[in-house]
Design a protein around this ligand. Structure first.
Ligand code: NAP
Length: 168
């Protein structure tokens, strides 16, 4: 199963100023890439905090929301709340016929997947901003050293650079 970590980062390595910030600080080009990649994969996985900043499932793809809160119940076909482990989620998706999934944050669930060595690609949009403080890609910080191979780098508009890496 291909698991693509898709993140927008400031030049100083921040993905948000704080946990409740909605990602509205990137440009059109980044949003367009997000929509394309997640729709192509057909499924995106996120933490409940990130889901709450969006507020609704995004259409035309499966939205999987990781939460330990059993009171959260979906009333929509393309929205699943789950307390499965990252590996459990991926097994379930494989059984449903998916071959790739896009992990769209936030920092907490990124750490869960990285800790279990489940990320196979990283697609990072470097946004020309500096936040000075805020959330890093992983929280809590992880003791990992995962080598990446650069597949491509491309300016996608608005001064944003899209970096595509494979793990290994
Ligand atoms: N720049 C970007 O590309 C980008 C992308 C995505 C998000 N973000 C930003 O990231 C921020 C949110 O990140 P975040 O790290 O605070 O939250 P998060 O990773 O989105 O969600 C964390 C939540 O997931 C739930 N959860 C489910 N399983 C868990 C487990 N095994 N261990 C721990 N928690 C588990 C917990 O809430 P429950 O109480 O529901 O269990 C936890 O509070 C937002 O500001 C968002 O804008 C940025």
């Amino acid at each position: 199963m291909d698991v693509i970590l898709l993140m927008a980062s400031t030049v100083d390595g921040k993905i948000a100023k704080n946990s409740s910030q909605f990602v509205d600080w990137t440009g059109k080009a980044d949003k367009k890439y997000f929509v394309k990649l997640t729709k192509e994969a057909g499924v995106m996985i996120m933490g409940s905090t990130t889901y709450d900043t969006i507020g609704k499932p995004l259409p035309d793809r499966l939205n999987i929301v990781m939460t330990r809160d059993k009171s959260r119940q979906s009333d929509q076909d393309n929205l699943i709340f789950t307390d499965l482990s990252p590996a459990g989620i991926l097994e379930d998706l494989e059984q449903k016929g998916y071959t790739r999934a896009v992990l769209v944050g936030g920092a907490t669930v990124n750490s869960l997947f990285a800790r279990d060595n489940l990320i196979t690609q990283v697609h990072l949009t470097l946004v020309p901003r500096l936040f000075g403080s805020g959330l890093s890609i992983f929280a809590p910080p992880l003791d990992i050293d995962i080598g990446l191979t650069l597949e491509s780098s491309q300016e996608i508009g608005d001064g944003h650079i899209l970096l595509i890496y494979h793990v290994g």
